[in-house]
Design a binder for this molecule. Structure first.
Ligand SMILES: [Zn+2]
Length: 78
Protein backbone atom coordinates (compact mmCIF):
# COMPACT_ATOMS: atom_id res chain seq x y z
CA UNK A 1 0.00 0.00 0.00
CA UNK A 2 2.72 2.50 0.96
CA UNK A 3 4.80 1.48 -2.00
CA UNK A 4 1.93 2.14 -4.40
CA UNK A 5 1.34 5.53 -2.81
CA UNK A 6 5.03 6.43 -3.13
CA UNK A 7 5.08 5.55 -6.82
CA UNK A 8 1.93 7.61 -7.32
CA UNK A 9 3.53 10.63 -5.63
CA UNK A 10 6.76 10.31 -7.65
CA UNK A 11 4.79 9.95 -10.89
CA UNK A 12 2.68 12.96 -9.94
CA UNK A 13 5.74 15.13 -9.24
CA UNK A 14 7.42 13.95 -12.44
CA UNK A 15 4.34 14.86 -14.48
CA UNK A 16 4.05 18.21 -12.69
CA UNK A 17 7.67 19.04 -13.49
CA UNK A 18 7.30 17.76 -17.05
CA UNK A 19 4.58 20.31 -17.68
CA UNK A 20 6.71 23.16 -16.38
CA UNK A 21 5.83 22.98 -12.70
CA UNK A 22 8.37 24.06 -10.13
CA UNK A 23 9.10 22.16 -6.94
CA UNK A 24 10.73 24.74 -4.63
CA UNK A 25 12.80 22.40 -2.47
CA UNK A 26 14.05 20.46 -5.50
CA UNK A 27 14.62 23.33 -7.95
CA UNK A 28 16.30 25.64 -5.47
CA UNK A 29 19.48 23.61 -5.34
CA UNK A 30 19.72 23.26 -9.13
CA UNK A 31 19.05 26.97 -9.67
CA UNK A 32 21.61 28.08 -7.10
CA UNK A 33 24.44 25.97 -8.48
CA UNK A 34 23.63 27.09 -12.03
CA UNK A 35 23.61 30.77 -11.11
CA UNK A 36 26.89 30.43 -9.30
CA UNK A 37 28.44 28.85 -12.36
CA UNK A 38 27.12 31.54 -14.72
CA UNK A 39 28.18 34.32 -12.44
CA UNK A 40 31.68 32.92 -12.19
CA UNK A 41 31.89 32.61 -15.96
CA UNK A 42 30.80 36.20 -16.55
CA UNK A 43 33.14 37.56 -13.93
CA UNK A 44 36.18 35.68 -15.23
CA UNK A 45 36.29 36.79 -18.87
CA UNK A 46 34.29 38.44 -21.61
CA UNK A 47 35.25 38.73 -25.26
CA UNK A 48 35.99 41.95 -27.13
CA UNK A 49 33.17 42.96 -29.49
CA UNK A 50 35.64 43.91 -32.26
CA UNK A 51 38.54 41.45 -32.22
CA UNK A 52 37.18 38.71 -29.95
CA UNK A 53 40.09 38.81 -27.50
CA UNK A 54 39.17 37.55 -24.07
CA UNK A 55 39.70 40.12 -21.38
CA UNK A 56 39.10 39.97 -17.67
CA UNK A 57 36.26 42.00 -16.27
CA UNK A 58 38.80 44.28 -14.60
CA UNK A 59 40.70 45.08 -17.82
CA UNK A 60 37.67 45.30 -20.07
CA UNK A 61 36.41 48.60 -21.39
CA UNK A 62 32.63 48.72 -21.37
CA UNK A 63 30.94 51.13 -23.74
CA UNK A 64 27.21 51.05 -24.48
CA UNK A 65 26.90 47.64 -22.76
CA UNK A 66 29.56 46.10 -25.05
CA UNK A 67 32.99 44.90 -24.05
CA UNK A 68 36.23 46.07 -25.68
CA UNK A 69 39.80 44.97 -24.99
CA UNK A 70 41.46 48.31 -25.72
CA UNK A 71 40.75 51.89 -26.74
CA UNK A 72 41.90 50.95 -30.28
CA UNK A 73 38.99 48.55 -30.66
CA UNK A 74 36.65 51.04 -29.08
CA UNK A 75 37.68 53.70 -31.60
CA UNK A 76 36.81 51.36 -34.50
CA UNK A 77 33.15 51.27 -33.60
CA UNK A 78 32.68 54.89 -32.61
ZN1 LIG B 1 39.60 44.11 -29.22
Amino acid sequence: MWFKLLILVIAGVALYRFFGGKVPFLDKEIKESKEEHEFGKIEATSSCTVCGTYVTEEDALIYKKRTYCSTECLEKVK
